[in-house]
Design a protein around this ligand. Structure first.
Ligand SMILES: [Mg+2]
Length: 210
């Protein structure tokens, strides 16, 4: 791993637990929807979840908080997101790993979350990163191999000099590997024997720093 110059991180499920997003999608939005429409929370949650499923996670709207607030007639999302700020939670090893890797490598974020989310999700760790890329907000696409190429171009670096880590098999492992990035799949739930799989970011640190 001598040639590695840059380490790229996914955000949700990798640096940050799903709690903040969960509180937006499954608590704040149904709560507001219930208030607006004079129905109870459980009813609202069922309706809202059905609408999410109709769109599905392969379409860009799925990730677009403004789209959903607009669709449900809930105004703008800013205040609701601010109220959920306390739910942002980093995995226990994150700060130590970022702090130790930042001495040796340039660190960036390559996320599928929109900027509205990243602003909150990264609030306490943003200084570690030289750049933050959002595939949705910056390039209007999911994390495809093309997205990773554009990130490398923007950073003026060869894919072979980049390590990316994230918890989604397709978006964080298959796609970056297609363009020659060294990718690691993070699976926090399972002990795995796959040589490119990690159970925590501490293992990435071991891979890189030995
Ligand atoms: Mg993720």
């Amino acid at each position: 791993m001598d040639e590695i110059k840059l380490v790229s991180f996914d955000v949700e499920g990798t640096l940050v637990t799903p709690d903040f997003s969960y509180s937006i999608w499954f608590e704040a939005i149904p709560q507001r929807y219930a208030e607006r429409n004079g129905i109870d929370f459980e009813q609202a949650r069922k309706i809202v979840e059905e609408e999410y499923q109709k769109v599905g996670d392969q379409r860009l709207e799925w990730y677009d908080i403004k789209y959903w607030f607009g669709k449900f007639g809930l105004g703008v999302p800013n205040l609701a997101m601010k109220r959920c700020q306390g739910r942002v939670c980093y995995y226990p090893e994150v700060r130590d790993v970022l702090s130790s890797l930042s001495g040796r490598y340039k660190l960036i974020v390559a996320s599928g979350s929109p900027r509205e989310f990243l602003r909150h999700l990264l609030r306490d760790i943003e200084p570690y990163f030289a750049e933050v890329f959002s595939s949705i907000s910056d390039y209007k696409q999911l994390k495809t191999s093309d997205f990773y190429l554009k990130v490398c171009q923007a950073m003026e670096i060869q894919p072979e000099q980049v390590v990316h880590v994230g918890d989604n098999w397709q978006f964080d492992f298959v796609a970056p590997k297609e363009v020659g990035i060294h990718a690691f799949h993070l699976d926090r739930r399972e002990k795995t024997n796959h040589q490119d799989s990690l159970m925590s970011l501490a293992q990435l640190e071991t891979h890189l720093l030995g």
